[in-house]
Design a protein around this ligand. Structure first.
Ligand code: SAM
Length: 249
């Protein structure tokens, strides 16, 4: 199976549980809102925004919360995910398309972003950025969220899931080098640990009140660990990165 076929197979279904976990779980929701605010700061007002590789659309859901005037668009190559996003987020528009061939004319958007996409298109990361750049208007921003592949939880993730192995090439220097092919990138480190999302991955956010109570205890432990690690790890070692890049006007 080639890389692209492996990815399509891995992402063929909509991950509804993950979508609702981000929306409903208070331990994760704040983190999601913080990411949306960092995007909104790049394009205030009523921007036209595209997410490449939008999955079920949760990032656009939170962007709509913090930037209600924005015109929101998402593409993903999984028809099931796009169908789910269309149904749940009627205020945004979605298309099933490849990140390497975006179905939009040049210079269409004020902000183009992706999150956790690059390592799934590891065979052509520059191609993903070139397409995002092409559809960005002059003066627009590109924003790329990507996890650091060398952090222990991600090493485990790569071991467990062949479709996540592109993470081995996700580092701050490699991301910066990619951005430098287009302009003058800036890297920031936006999440001190991956402990809470990992807890979310394992525990989810159950419907039953009893299970939810038990999960709350585990999430509180994960939150405390997250805070402790935040204090002792230097920001430049944090495992979640945001690369931003502005197109010349
Ligand atoms: C880890 S998920 C992230 C989804 C979303 N960005 C989020 O943060 O919830 C990666 C997404 O990229 C999509 N994807 C992977 N390769 C793609 C490609 N070549 N073109 C479009 N979408 C792709 C997958 O279908 C999946 O929805």
């Amino acid at each position: 199976m080639n890389d692209s076929a492996l990815q399509r197979r891995f992402h063929r279904n909509a991950d509804e549980a993950r979508f609702y976990n981000r929306l409903d779980n208070p331990w994760l929701r704040e983190r999601e809102l913080a990411f949306a605010r960092s995007l909104a700061a790049l394009a205030p007002g009523s921007p036209t925004v595209l997410e490449s590789g939008c999955g079920e659309g949760s990032n656009l859901y939170f962007l709509n919360r913090v930037l209600p005037g924005a015109s929101l668009h998402g593409i993903d190559f999984s028809p099931a995910k796009v169908e789910f996003a269309r149904r749940l987020l009627p205020f945004a528009s979605f298309q099933a398309a490849d990140a390497l061939r975006l179905p939009y004319p040049d210079a269409s958007f004020d902000l183009v972003f992706c999150r956790d996409l690059l390592h799934h298109v590891d065979f052509d990361r520059p191609g993903v950025l070139r397409e995002m750049w092409r559809v960005a208007k002059p003066g627009a921003w590109l924003a790329i969220f990507e996890a650091r592949g060398s952090c222990p939880l991600n090493l485990l993730f790569q071991l467990l899931y062949p479709a996540e192995r592109g993470l081995k090439n996700s580092s701050a220097p490699s991301l910066e080098a990619l951005g430098r092919e287009l302009g003058e990138p800036e890297i920031s480190f936006v999440s001190p640990t991956l402990v809470l999302p990992a807890a979310g991955f394992i525990l989810g956010w159950p419907q039953s009140a009893v299970l939810r109570g038990l999960c709350n205890i585990a999430y509180a432990g994960a939150w405390a660990l997250d805070r402790t690690l935040q204090k002792i790890s230097p920001v430049s070692r944090w495992p979640y990165m945001l690369l931003t890049l502005q197109k010349a006007s």
